[in-house]
Design a protein around this ligand. Structure first.
Ligand code: SF4
Ligand code: SF4
Length: 359
């Protein structure tokens, strides 16, 4: 279903969905502190077969990510052209199940020996040495001295408009909530086949080996529904705990909200890997970096983060997005007003989080 805004922009909602929750993350503000990861882990995935799960993870780009090489494991949908259809996307593509090693096994540390009996001198993982884990390639990045570069990419489930995880499930256990488009796994219906895990090209469905069920990010819907002790509507924990407050949360179809403006009006917030054709509802403001410089410190007019790499991640619209932000930065430097820069730098929580727009 398509909704046309007053400005002529079209928002596409999944059939039968009244509104669609969405999030924008400004990658220029992420410091890689993992507070979001910890906030999510403490709230939802501490134990009971969830030890290895990070519904929110933050990885360093360029890098292999979490699970390892997730971008190469397939899933999602073929493009319409490939399938010879006029539709937005083509046939579903079968992906690959990440191995336990790709996720990285949780490991124990010698806390007892260090903190209690003093029999060891340094803290280290116990058992077989790990070979991969979340955040394994932190800060490695790419490029040559003195122009090496990296940035952080926080990731949650995208609560896609066209979720290939749901389409892959023969039991129809995954579904989009009618009222807000959040994608959930019906634990009663799930039989643990893991087709959803291979179907998601973002590898954002996890399998609980103890419960033998699939589990995933729930966009903190109980917080959205004010189920806490103070009856307040709250954004997802990953957003509210983020020190630089880089996430904006609301509805894609809320024309007065910041997400609609950044995505539809200004076109500066983009989907990650749009070529997977699941139509994610988490959007990213792409990262800037200082220009390259010589070993003597002379500035060279060459992008430090190569545009082709950003295009690989965010599609060809990344060029217009970066140019638009640059134009608005210039306006502010000249002392002119810019609604876009106001939105990207707001410290007003009521503007940043608009989850009550359709209450
Ligand atoms: S990101 Fe993956 S798990 Fe989340 S809705 Fe999209 S396809 Fe499903
Ligand atoms: S809490 Fe915010 S700044 Fe820290 S890693 Fe997460 S998204 Fe980045």
């Amino acid at each position: 279903m398509s909704l046309q805004g007053e400005d002529g922009a079209t928002v596409e909602l999944a059939d039968g969905i009244e509104h669609q929750v969405a999030m924008v993350m400004d990658l220029n503000k992420c410091i890689g502190c993992q507070t979001c990861t910890v906030a999510c882990k403490k709230l939802w995935t501490e134990g009971g077969g969830r030890e290895y799960m990070y519904w929110n993870n933050v990885e360093t780009k360029p890098g292999r990510g979490y699970p390892r090489d997730w971008e190469e494991k397939g899933g999602g949908f073929a493009s319409a052209e490939q399938a010879g259809q006029e539709d937005v996307h083509g046939e579903r593509e079968v992906g690959e199940l990440p191995s336990e090693e790709d996720w990285g096994r949780p490991w124990e540390f010698n806390h007892g020996e260090i903190f209690y009996d003093g029999s060891d001198e340094s803290l280290r993982p116990q058992g077989e040495p790990p070979e991969w884990g979340p955040n394994w390639d932190e800060d490695q990045g790419a490029g040559e001295y003195p122009n090496s570069y990296y940035f952080y990419l926080p990731r949650i489930c995208n609560h896609c408009t066209h979720p290939s995880c749901a389409e892959a499930c023969p039991r129809k256990a995954l579904y989009k909530r009618e009222e807000d488009g959040i994608v959930l796994v019906d634990q009663e219906r799930c039989r643990g086949y893991r087709y959803c895990v291979e179907g998601c090209p973002y590898n954002k469905v996890h399998f609980n080996v103890l419960k033998k069920k699939s589990e995933k990010c729930i966009f903190c819907y109980p917080r959205k529904e004010a189920e806490g002790p103070d009856d307040e509507v709250r954004p997802p924990a990953c957003a509210s705990e983020c020190p630089p407050q880089l996430r904006l949360v609301g509805f894609l179809d809320d024309e007065d909200g910041p997400i609609y403006k950044l995505v539809e009006e200004y076109g500066v917030a983009l989907r990650l890997h749009p070529e997977f054709h699941t139509q994610p509802n988490v959007y990213y403001v792409p990262p800037f970096a200082p220009p390259q410089h010589t070993e003597d410190g002379e500035t060279v007019d060459v992008d430090r983060i190569p545009r082709p790499y950003l295009e690989e991640l965010f599609g060809e619209d990344v060029h217009d997005a970066l140019d638009t932000i640059e134009r608005h930065r210039d306006r502010v430097r000249r002392g002119e007003d810019s609604e876009l820069m106001d939105l990207l730098t707001t410290q007003d929580l009521a503007r940043q989080y608009r989850l009550e727009a359709f209450e």
